[in-house]
Design a protein around this ligand. Sequence first.
Ligand code: SF4
Length: 501
Amino acid sequence: MGRTYAIRTFGCQMNEHDSERIAGLLEDDGYQRASALEEADVMVLNTCCIRENADNKLYGALGRLKAVKTKRPGALIAVAGCLAQKDRELVRERAGHVDVVFGTHNVHRAAELIDHARRHGPVVEILTETVREDAEAFPSALPARREADHSAWVTIQIGCDNSCTFCIVPAVRGPEISRPFGELVDEVRDLAASGVSEITLLGQNVNSYGRDLALSRRGSANGNGTAPAGEDSWWCGEAWTSDRRARPLFADLLRAAGEIDGIRRVRFTSPHPKDLRPETIAAMAEVPAVCEHLHLPLQSGSDSVLRAMQRGYTAERYLERLRAAREAVDDLAVSTDIIVGFPGETESDFEQTLEVAAEVRYESAFTFIFSPRPGTAAAGMGDRFVPHEVSVARYERLRRVIERSSRLANEARIGRIEEVVVEGPSKKDPAVTTGRTRRNTLVHFPSPAGPAPQPGTYARVEVTAAAANFLQGELVSIEDPPPTAAQSALPDRRLIPVATV
Ligand code: SF4
């Protein structure tokens, strides 16, 4: 067996997607996946600084890997991701046994940097920004080892131009850069040809997709708002070059991706409420492949807290947009993110959040207690921090409201027949198969006799019971098994799970 690698991912989908790309690059370089991090020749920790205690988790993991390094000095440890981008040289100052540190703008250099460290010793390479013209800098443009053959992430933009006061993303991921429209459509077409039927368009603020393309197009050599000579299809794609608009909208991308043969489900995350345009809602309503699920981060139901967060919308504006989406898109499921105990949040502010949550009746929500992220504006609001015990009590009240609406929404599905894409056997009980509905709800159902349905199989399941976080059902029929490697037009890329914490 040649050299091996393993990756541990801390954090969000963007990080998980980066890990798939790092795995793809290492496999292209001849590495094979090890069964455990501690056994690998190259141990990669892909970090996140959004989650609480990210530092402790990283340096705790590095402390444990020190013993491995002492036993096998030839093994390499690489630290990547947001925390590496933020801490830079500090990573090696705190953990001198780390061999490679690289950030969010040079994921595409992972294999080269690891090779460099093997030959010449430790290396720290942090770029301050992504180079727009460097197509490889976009994670999706790199080879990948996906977690599932039928489902893929497609990065449509990186970075963020907003300045939410609690968020470290703009500092570690840089300004927003959209990938060219034509390139994205080509990528989705290739994914469909390789057997992928479900894609998730990924970005920090997908609804502002293309805004920077218009600006950079205006600043192109032509100076007249047209694409550089000979680059029309790469830059724009056929789908909107005939359009008079100077930029593609996210809605154009939804339509183009949803019309590609073989793509049956299009998801996206995350849209910013202030940028949710009528065109996006219309595309969701009109393109059958776009799933009936909208993740719309609320963060707070209080206008004064939203102002302090610099979110750029009021609670009423948020609700208006959501009403428009629900009116247009039949059977829409809505999920959200909410922060409790933001600096200065009063009892009355919090009650407004409860009111919005009760009015919306979310299908699910990620709820967090505020904790300051070093380097953000909110971290400097120490004089207004909400006592922890108050935040914990509010969190519990909010959790109960969300749980009630999730359970009611799921109970309303009982008796329906849902289209489910199989994800695989249940982790708790292999006799049970798990899948996901178009509205992004987990469904468990007893596996049929005979061979278990493969991940990516489309099935119809009758819902028989519901809990707050999942549905239970009975298999009605298997619609479509996933294509075999021989049926796919592109080479098969096998399942390579990436450990996530
Ligand atoms: S929109 Fe706000 S919360 Fe989202 S990534 Fe940008 S700054 Fe962070």
